[in-house]
Design a protein around this ligand. Structure first.
Ligand code: SF4
Ligand code: SF4
Length: 386
């Protein structure tokens, strides 16, 4: 939606500030406020800046743009806003504001660079489209009439290839007839979050046309960002019904365990303590909290210990909303804070369900020399599967 379409609702933010606290009011959950400690960087502050822009009392400037881009779009503020009529739209407003910043030429250069590259090579990682399936050693032959299409996503295709391989291994061992397509493009999430809507729309239309043309009825993804974008954003962005079901791999794996198609080996001699990080795109944005936890509980020998901040109140890993590219040091700082929260549980293993979270956590763990194992849920399932 264009920024002006929020005109009748933006003024309803009272700047009360509840949304930036955790539930016990002695800690901040808005990473932007926690970092910058200025009201203008908080949700309420940003809303009032937007209101000022709408009323013509403020003009766009590089500094105003920098404030709008200082947000991971984690949606913790949405979770904690006290006002029903207002509380669903904040991230949409920030994305619309960024779109206006983009039209004014005020999007940070690093974010523009990945947007331009995505239009040429269909990924934001400055990689070649021709290399998209390099993660499959020895190539892959799609079966006739596949049950599902595996939407690999850019992060797993180019940076977290062990996740792509583990997902493919799990489906293969469970006897799922799946296909992967060289012609998959970026889901568009990094473009949409950073205000590059036309490019995001190009990606969305291409991917919808691809799967529609192939007659695909079910698309599975191992990336929380791709999941949210395909499932929640494509209908809004394109104005069309998406003609296929979108599943996160945790939902698929949960079903496959219940159907007896995934079987685990014997319980290991020592139980393993695991804590689970809810990716913002899977949790707050898509309301998918249970499937990953159910899968963890079905793996023999695993004890799940929740972090103090979990589910709707989970801290952000810090990578989203263009922050990993635009402000990488801040992104790693946020990941470091979340890893500390994981360590406080006493668990030796941190599990997530998003390759972008995993990548940011790995950077923080390496920087801080934290003693914790880091795994995606599918990697853990693959390790333990018979
Ligand atoms: S989306 Fe997250 S970072 Fe952005 S204002 Fe809300 S709580 Fe803060
Ligand atoms: S977004 Fe909601 S909780 Fe936050 S300042 Fe505005 S009205 Fe208050």
């Amino acid at each position: 939606m264009a920024l002006q379409e929020f005109k009748d609702i933006v003024h309803r933010c009272f700047r009360c500030g509840y949304c930036k606290f955790t539930t016990n009011y002695d800690d901040f959950n808005c990473p932007a406020y926690k970092k910058f400690r200025l009201e203008s960087y908080s949700t309420g502050g940003k809303m009032w800046l937007v209101y000022g822009l709408m009323k013509g009392e403020l003009d766009w400037s590089p500094h105003l743009s920098e404030i709008m881009y200082s947000c991971t779009t984690c949606a913790n503020c949405i979770e904690n806003c006290r006002f029903e009529k207002f509380n669903k739209i904040f991230v949409d407003v920030i994305e619309a504001a960024r779109s206006e910043a983009f039209n004014k030429g005020l999007t940070p250069a690093k974010l523009l660079a990945f947007g331009e590259h995505a239009r040429r090579e269909h990924n934001p990682y400055m990689e070649g489209h021709a290399d998209r399936l390099n993660w499959i050693a020895g190539g892959f032959q799609n079966p006739p009439d596949p049950e599902v299409a595996f939407f690999v996503g850019c992060t797993a295709s180019y940076r977290e290839q062990q996740l792509a391989r583990s997902t493919a291994d799990v489906m293969r061992k469970a006897g799922v007839k799946f296909a992967v397509y060289q012609d998959e493009w970026c889901c568009g999430s990094p473009l949409l979050r950073t205000g590059q809507r036309d490019a995001a729309l190009e990606m969305a239309n291409h991917n919808i046309d691809l799967f529609e043309g192939l007659g695909t009825k079910k698309v599975v993804t191992a990336c929380a960002g791709c999941y949210r974008t395909l499932k929640m954003d494509y209908p809004k962005l394109t104005g069309k019904d998406v003609p296929f079901e979108v599943l996160h791999v945790s939902e698929l794996v949960n079903r496959l365990i219940d159907e007896g198609r995934i079987k685990f080996g014997a319980e290991p001699p020592q139980r393993v303590k695991v804590t689970y990080h809810d990716p913002c795109h899977l949790g707050r944005h898509s309301n998918l909290y249970d499937a990953p936890r159910e899968v963890l509980k079905k793996i023999p020998g695993i004890d799940v210990i929740e972090m103090a901040k979990n589910k709707g109140n989970a801290s952000c890993c810090g990578a989203g909303g263009g922050v990993k590219s635009g402000n990488p040091e801040w992104a790693v700082e946020m990941a470091g804070d979340r890893v500390k929260e994981a360590l406080e549980t006493g668990a030796g293993t941190l599990v997530t369900t998003c390759p972008f979270c995993e990548r940011n956590f790995r950077d923080a763990i390496s920087k801080n020399s934290d003693d914790v194992d880091l795994l995606d849920l599918v990697e853990l399932v693959n390790e333990r599967m018979q």
